[in-house]
Design a protein around this ligand. Structure first.
Ligand code: ADP
Ligand code: MG
Length: 365
C-alpha cells in the first residue's frame, strides 16, 4: 500500500513538471555535522512540513517558503535520486535536462551532485554517478525497441569567467576554450565549446574513471581547493544521440549536471582586494542565471544568455525544449540563517517562473 502511495506521489511530481512548465525547484536540508551539534545542539530554527520550510529569523519571525519538494535531513541519496530519476531518464527521450545545485558553500551541493570522496557503489553516491548508471541501464532496455545511443561526456569548470577542461587528456587547464554557436538546421542556435575534449562512454566504469580524472585535474589546479570550489561552477555534460534503427527517428539532447558556485554574498565572507573582485564575478554569474530564467519566463524577445559564461554555455539547454531542476541546498546551522533566507528567497523567485512546456526535438534520418 505504501508502495502504491509512493508511485502516485512520484507521478504527481512528474505532472507538476508538465503543468508548471519546465522548471522545478526542490529543496534539501542537510543534516547537522557532529561538530555543529556540539556547538549548537540540534536544528531548532528550521521546521519542515510537507513541501514547506519555515525559518525563524534573527528577530524571531517565522518565514515560510514552499517548493515542489522539500527533503529533510534524513532523506538518503537514494531517495533524492528516486524523485529525479524520471527527469534524468527523459534525456534519453530527447529532452534537454539541466539539474543545478544551488546554495551557500557548505550547504551540501557537492555531496548531492557527486557524493563524498570515494563513494563509488556506496549508498553515499551522488546524482552524477546515479544518473549515469540509470542512463546506461535504460539505454540498454531501449535497445529492445530498436534504439541505439551514442553518449559523450564533457566536463568543464568555470572559474573567474574562464572555462577549463577538467578532462583534458594532458591535464592542461590553461588550454584556451571558447564557446561557439552554430545555427541549427531548424531554427535557433546550438552551442559547442572549441577545444573541449570529448569522451565517448558505453559503460559506467569509463564514467567512473573520468570523474576520478576530473577530480585529480581540479585538485592540481587549485592552490586553495576550498576557495576554488566555492567560487567555481562545475558543469558535467552528457551529449546524447539516439537513433531508432527501425523507424529512422533521431534524437539529440544533453544532460547537464551542475554544481554551482557558492551563493554567499561578498559582504559576509570578509573578502577584500582581488578576492572581492572574484566574488563579485561569481555573484554576477549567479544573478545572470536568474536573469535568464526570469527572462525566459517573461518570454522576452532578448534573453541575456551571453552575459555570463555559464548561461552562454547552457544557452541551448535552458531554452525551449529543456527541463530544469534547481536543487536548493540548505545549511541547517543557526549561523547560516541570513544566507539561508537569501537562498530561499532566490529559489522562490525561480520557482515562480514558467518557461513553457518542454518539447522533445524529433528528427528523422
Ligand atoms: P558545498 O558543496 O555546498 O560547499 P558540501 O557538499 O561539501 O557542501 O557539504 C558540506 C559538508 O556537509 C560535507 O562534509 C558533506 O559531506 C556534508 N554533507 C552535506 N550534505 C550531506 C548529507 N545530505 N548527509 C550527510 N552529510 C552531508
Ligand atoms: Mg562544493
Amino acid at each position: 500500500e505504501n508502495r502504491e502511495f509512493e508511485i502516485d506521489r512520484r507521478r504527481l511530481l512528474n505532472d507538476v513538471q508538465e503543468l508548471k512548465g519546465n522548471i522545478r525547484v526542490f529543496c534539501r536540508v542537510r543534516p547537522m555535522l557532529a561538530s555543529e551539534i556540539q556547538e549548537q545542539g540540534n536544528i531548532d530554527h528550521i521546521e519542515l512540513t510537507g513541501k514547506s520550510i519555515n525559518v525563524i529569523n534573527e528577530s524571531n519571525k517565522t518565514l515560510k517558503y514552499s517548493f515542489d519538494n522539500v527533503f529533510n535531513p534524513e532523506v538518503s541519496q537514494e531517495a533524492v535520486f528516486e524523485d529525479i530519476a524520471q527527469l534524468v531518464q527523459s534525456a534519453l527521450d530527447g529532452y534537454n535536462v539541466c539539474i543545478f545545485a544551488y546554495g551557500q558553500t557548505g550547504a551540501g551541493k557537492t555531496y548531492t551532485m557527486e557524493g563524498p570522496d570515494d563513494n563509488t557503489g556506496s549508498e553515499h553516491e551522488g546524482i552524477i554517478p546515479r544518473a549515469m548508471r540509470l542512463i546506461f541501464e535504460k539505454g540498454e532496455e531501449k535497445r529492445k525497441f530498436d534504439w541505439n545511443y551514442d553518449l559523450v561526456v564533457q566536463h568543464v569548470e568555470i572559474y573567474r569567467e574562464i572555462l577549463q577542461d577538467l578532462l583534458d587528456p594532458r591535464g592542461d587547464l590553461n588550454k584556451k576554450l571558447e564557446i561557439k554557436t552554430v545555427t541549427k538546421s531548424g531554427k535557433g542556435q546550438s552551442v559547442w565549446v572549441k577545444n573541449l575534449s570529448e569522451h565517448p562512454v558505453s559503460q559506467f566504469r569509463q564514467v567512473y574513471n573520468l570523474l576520478k580524472q576530473a577530480k585529480k585535474n581540479r585538485a592540481t589546479a587549485a592552490t586553495n581547493a576550498n576557495e576554488r570550489s566555492s567560487r567555481s561552477h562545475s558543469v558535467f555534460m552528457l551529449k546524447i544521440k539516439g537513433h531508432n534503427v527501425e523507424s529512422g527517428e533521431i534524437t539529440e539532447s544533453s544532460l547537464n549536471l551542475i554544481d554551482l558556485a557558492g551563493s554567499e554574498r561578498v559582504a559576509e565572507t570578509g573578502s577584500s582586494g582581488t578576492r572581492l573582485k572574484e566574488a563579485q564575478k561569481i555573484n554576477g554569474s549567479l544573478s545572470e542565471l536568474s536573469n535568464v530564467i526570469s527572462s525566459l519566463a517573461n518570454k522576452d524577445k532578448h534573453i541575456p544568455f551571453r552575459n555570463s559564461k555559464l548561461t552562454f554555455l547552457l544557452m541551448d539547454s535552458l531554452g525551449g525544449n529543456s527541463k530544469t531542476l534547481m536543487l536548493v541546498n540548505v545549511n541547517p546551522t543557526r549561523r547560516a540563517t541570513a544566507e539561508t533566507i537569501n537562498t530561499l528567497r532566490f529559489a522562490t523567485t525561480v520557482n515562480k517562473c514558467h518557461i513553457g512546456t518542454a518539447q522533445k526535438v524529433i528528427k528523422f534520418d
